[in-house]
Design a protein around this ligand. Sequence first.
Ligand SMILES: Nc1ncnc2c1ncn2[C@@H]1O[C@H](COP(=O)(O)OP(=O)(O)OP(=O)(O)O)[C@@H](O)[C@H]1O
Ligand SMILES: [Mg+2]
Length: 222
Amino acid sequence: MEPDVLISGKNLTRVYGKNKLAVKVLDVKSLEIRRGEFIALTGPSGCGKTTLLNLLGVLDRPSGGDIIFEGKKISERDEAFLCRFRRQRIGFIFQAYHLIPTISALKNVMVPAFPLGSGRYKRRAMELIRQVGLAGKEGRRPDDLSGGEQQRVAIARALLLDPDLILADEPTGNLDSATGAEIMDLLKTLNQKGKTVLVATHDQRVAEGCGRNIRMMDGQII
Ligand SMILES: Nc1ncnc2c1ncn2[C@@H]1O[C@H](COP(=O)(O)OP(=O)(O)OP(=O)(O)O)[C@@H](O)[C@H]1O
Ligand SMILES: [Mg+2]
């Protein structure tokens, strides 16, 4: 393995259902993501992009094979380890933002720090809100923000604990093309500052802005 590989998957499979109803929806022999890459994961609906992202972010466990992070197998670790790992090492961004509707933008950004005592993260959260272009809007609840602004809050939240890897699943899928392009510019800026970013997308225009394109079909990388 090259020393700058951040995360890799080996012989990864994911099977849904059991016995006669079992369907293998993912079968990836080898995938390596190097530190600092900006990668688009593309392919038709149902090809397995979300399934792969969820395995890399250890939101889900593979049916077979290994996830290796900084040279260490993590797919077999216990749930307490994976929970901490996800919170500290991975930043997730989703199509539908997944913000908590009843609390402010600032509090949403601080959510990853709740188990650590979020108070001391307030200054960092404010700085991130400024960086994503939402200065002055930190007191608003998600309903009082546009879709693009909500996605910016979600990006700031993903950055709070300074993760090594950003996993974004259709981050522009709910946005008009101009707003989607702004969100991609923001992700590109994060990448230029050193973050490793993997973006699953249907949108060829989104994929063209990335440094490498991994294409999937029927659960495999092609
Ligand atoms: N919980 C589940 N149970 C059974 N099958 C599932 C489950 N989740 C996903 N699948 C199936 O796994 C395959 C891959 O789904 P996945 O969501 O990874 O695709 P995708 O590439 O992200 O699609 P899209 O572009 O529509 O988001 C699909 O055939 C889907 O129907
Ligand atoms: Mg998907």
